[in-house]
Ligand binder design. Structure first.
Ligand code: ACO
Length: 352
């Protein structure tokens, strides 16, 4: 059976920089608080009305396509991972297909809703399609335009200071070369904690999971939409929510577990890793994982300081940067790992 390799890679970061000092001027926060707790110094944000999750994804995709030495029309499947899609539906996959000018009807497009682990889930799905011989050129994109939906007032500061915008993409292809390619992928979820990190409203939940559903101000009329109510708008319920400490505790347990799971399956040790590319959730989480696993500074890639947490985009951006900085070479053992909303988490182990 074929193995799956990353044949092309690229990333796109919007030009606008939003520093911690910029945030200090619009909400009650401070640079010291943000740096100490998250490691973030600045993040990039899209140009409103000119850039979206899909347009950034396409910019990253064009670079990945070029670096793979293929044409857009060679792509036979698109996987698009994001939690900040341009439309509620259809997903960004078809928008990317349209913008890339891939011939109508020639390729399928799948959207992945797995938040911080969306790229890992996408890699795993792509790997199955390639191993079975169904597709030969899969474009996998992770992209987020968080800034278009954040609460940048003091009320939303516990979430909004953490996130940034950007995109990364890879082209995945089959190889018969035994020494390179994906060795294994590992996917997990625990829906008990779905609301611990979530963007709940607007939505079609109708208050089903809430003990305090009256806060949504639903009408008794059975045919009146529950999707968006005046109460949701008035009470600022239309933003992401996070129980930061709860997420932190689970992240620092699940990251090492799922990395060890991949290493064990391949009969490898942490010291065999050339590089670990963790989802850039929080620098403190990555440092904790590094220490727990006994990895050196050179073995763990961090760029959250510059970009903040870019959710589904963080792994492909970091992987692309690490590759272009010469930190990854042919044959190197590379681990990608993520944990996030759902909770969902996972890892990919590969020989570059
Ligand atoms: N600036 C200044 N003060 C703030 C800010 C802010 N931006 N946000 C919250 N505070 C205040 C709080 O109001 C609180 O004040 P109080 O004590 O007067 O009530 C105080 O800071 C402490 O708040 P905590 O939430 O307890 O702060 P904590 O030390 O837990 O740090 C953080 C918060 C950074 C979110 C931390 O919990 C964390 O790192 N959690 C992990 C979650 C994470 O990384 N999420 C990323 C997305 S999920 C993912 O990608 C896996």
């Amino acid at each position: 059976m074929n193995k799956t390799i990353i044949k092309g890679i690229g990333h796109y970061i919007p030009d606008n920089v939003l520093t911690n000092q910029d945030l200090e001027s619009i909400m009650d926060t401070d640079d010291g608080w943000i740096r100490e707790r998250t490691g973030i110094i600045e993040r990039h944000v899209v140009t409103k009305f000119k850039e979206t999750t899909a347009t950034m994804g396409v910019e990253a995709a064009r670079k990945a396509i070029r670096s793979a030495g293929i044409e857009p029309d060679d792509i036979d499947f698109i996987i698009f991972a994001t939690l900040s899609p341009d439309y509620y539906f259809p997903g960004c996959g078809v928008l990317a297909q349209r913008m890339l000018g891939i011939s109508e009807g020639e390729c399928g497009a799948l959207d992945i809703r797995n938040q911080c682990s969306g790229f890992i889930y996408g890699m795993s799905v792509a790997d199955q399609f390639i191993k079975t011989g169904m597709y030969r050129n899969i474009l996998l994109i992770g992209s987020e335009a968080h800034s278009l939906g954040m609460d940048y007032s003091t009320r939303g500061r516990d979430v909004s200071v953490i996130f940034g915008d950007g995109a990364g993409a890879v082209i995945l292809q089959p190889t018969e070369n035994e020494t390179s390619g994906i060795l294994s992928t590992h996917l997990h979820s625990d829906g008990r904690y779905a609301e611990k990190l979530a963007f709940i409203s607007p939505g079609c939940h109708g208050g089903y999971y809430a003990d305090d559903a009256e806060k949504y101000g639903f009408s008794e009329d059975p045919l009146e939409s529950v999707f968006l109510t005046q109460a949701m708008l008035d009470d600022h319920l239309t933003f992401p929510q996070m129980d930061g400490q709860f997420v932190f505790k689970h992240a620092v347990t699940k990251f090492p577990e799922v990395i060890q799971e991949a290493l064990k399956k391949a009969g490898k040790k942490a010291s065999d890793l050339k590089i670990l590319i963790p989802h850039q959730a929080n620098l403190r989480i990555s440092q904790f994982v590094q220490k727990r696993m006994g990895l050196t500074d050179d073995q763990v890639y961090n760029n959250i300081q510059k970009y903040g947490n870019t959710t589904a985009a963080s792994i492909p951006i970091a992987l692309s940067e690490a590759y272009h900085e010469g930190r990854i070479d042919h044959g190197d053992l590379v681990c990608l790992a993520a944990f996030g909303s759902g909770f969902t988490w996972g890892s990919v182990l590969l020989n570059w």
